[in-house]
Design a binder for this molecule. Structure first.
Ligand SMILES: Nc1ncnc2c1ncn2[C@@H]1O[C@H](COP(=O)(O)OP(=O)(O)OP(=O)(O)O)[C@@H](O)[C@H]1O
Ligand SMILES: [Mg+2]
Length: 407
């Protein structure tokens, strides 16, 4: 240990003890401050805080206990380790010393080596504590900076999306008008360019709409606008809306439903199902099947079966497509996350769909996840707990239901 830059304040009303201790410490390389009474010790510690204090207890006027108490009540001196050094050797004396914030206790008469070893021990602990504190402070600052950057990024995305949407819609309308031929007949090449421009403006518009959608959903879904919906109907509707896409991709859609009611906003559930189904179709090979199924937990499940509020409807979207690598199973639920960078232009889409799904499902008290094997296909699952009509002003019983549902 480098003792040269370490200062120890020795406090003792016996000049002889002071002299002996400072000689020992000086020899070991420490810098030593001396105080012959409690008052001077406090003054010295405040004027120039030492790295450690060796503190006698029995002293006139202010005793060692009182000195320690005062040191621990002042910000600048609170963290200095105090080792008591006293002729008092009763357990109660030692306990009191520790209760007041002392870190160690040495009884007089002392052994030099023991004093030095205990000092070194406390200084090592203090150094480690300082290092940890510094690391903690740095991490805290980094977290705060990251949070602020994240907020700024979200704000920027939101402003840009809003600002881009209107001019883009105008560009799209103008292109559509040009393509009708009312304002001059176009050559074949001209039509081709207009089609390219229309396809890309559609893509951009979809991205902006998804971004604004995600922003709106993440700000909080209005759960007061819910209806008692038959989930089977919503599953059928979502599948119907994707029938054309499935046919185009030569994928068969197989839907197996069960009549079960949930208080939901139908648009939200259809949005989730539509994204999961369109992903499954997008990443399947021609000739394969995508299954959409719903099931309720076994009635034998004591917790769920006996209480309809705990019944956690489980919906699955299964495909036999290319599958997802295991290290991406969680990250794909983040914004703009796609398994391969090429997914964006090869398959269309911007990587916002699953982020929207997760935000919706979690706000309904459910969970969404995926299981997959590379080359063997993927199954996306989500649960829908039976939220009461008056949720979120729910009762403690239903709160427990949601807790359990979220497990
Ligand atoms: N069924 C699936 N099979 C294989 N990969 C999938 C499947 N579903 C999602 N993925 C991967 O997860 C990524 C993110 O999906 P997500 O729905 O969030 O975005 P997207 O479909 O690319 O675009 P968007 O939904 O915004 O139009 C996909 O790009 C793909 O890489
Ligand atoms: Mg998608």
């Amino acid at each position: 240990m480098d003792t040269r830059n370490t200062t120890i304040l020795v406090v003792d009303d016996e000049p002889n003890n002071l002299r002996v201790l400072s000689t020992i410490l000086n020899k070991r390389g420490y810098k030593v401050q001396k105080a012959i009474c409690g008052n001077l010790a406090l003054k010295a510690a405040l004027a120039s805080p030492p790295d450690l204090i060796l503190l006698d207890i029995i002293m006139p006027k202010i005793n060692g206990y009182e000195v320690c108490k005062q040191l621990k009540s002042i910000d600048n001196t609170r963290e200095i380790p105090v080792i008591f050094l006293s002729a008092l050797d009763q357990t109660t004396d030692k306990v009191k010393a520790f209760e007041l914030g002392g870190v160690d206790y040495i009884t007089k008469p002392f052994q030099v080596e023991e004093v030095l070893a205990r000092i070194e021990n406390q200084l090592t602990i203090k150094n480690l504590q300082n290092k940890l504190q510094k690391q903690n402070d740095r991490l805290q600052r980094e977290i705060e900076a990251r949070k602020q950057a994240e907020e700024k990024k979200d704000e920027l995305i939101s402003i840009v999306s809003h600002e881009l949407r209107t001019p883009l819609a105008c560009i799209r309308t103008a292109l559509e008008l040009l393509s009708t031929g009312h304002y001059g007949v176009l050559e074949a090449k001209g039509h081709q360019f207009i089609d390219i421009a229309l396809t890309n403006s559609d893509r951009l518009l979809r991205l902006l709409n998804d971004l604004l959608d995600l922003e709106r959903i993440e700000a909080g879904i209005d759960l007061t606008c819910r209806e008692n919906c038959n989930i089977a109907d919503l599953m059928e509707q979502a599948a119907d809306s994707l029938q054309a896409m499935a046919e185009q991709s030569e994928v068969t859609l197989s839907v197996s439903t069960m009549p079960v009611k949930r208080y939901v906003n139908p648009d939200h559930i259809i949005q989730v199902l539509t994204n999961l189904l369109s992903n499954a179709i997008k990443f399947s090979n021609p000739g394969s099947t995508v299954w959409l199924t719903a099931e309720l937990p076994e009635t034998g499940d004591v917790e769920a079966g006996s209480n309809p509020q705990l019944q956690n409807l489980l919906i699955k979207v299964k495909d036999r497509g290319r599958g997802i690598p295991s290290d991406k199973l969680e990250s794909i639920f983040g914004r703009f996350e796609q398994v391969y960078p090429s997914d964006s232009h090869q398959k269309g889409g911007s990587g916002l769909g699953l982020a929207i799904c997760r935000s919706i499902i979690e706000q309904y008290g459910g969970r969404i996840w995926v299981e997959s094997s590379l080359g063997g296909g993927s199954t996306f699952y989500f649960t829908l707990p039976d939220l009461p009509a008056n949720y979120p002003e729910f009762s403690p019983a239903s709160e427990r239901a949601i807790d359990l549902a979220a497990r």
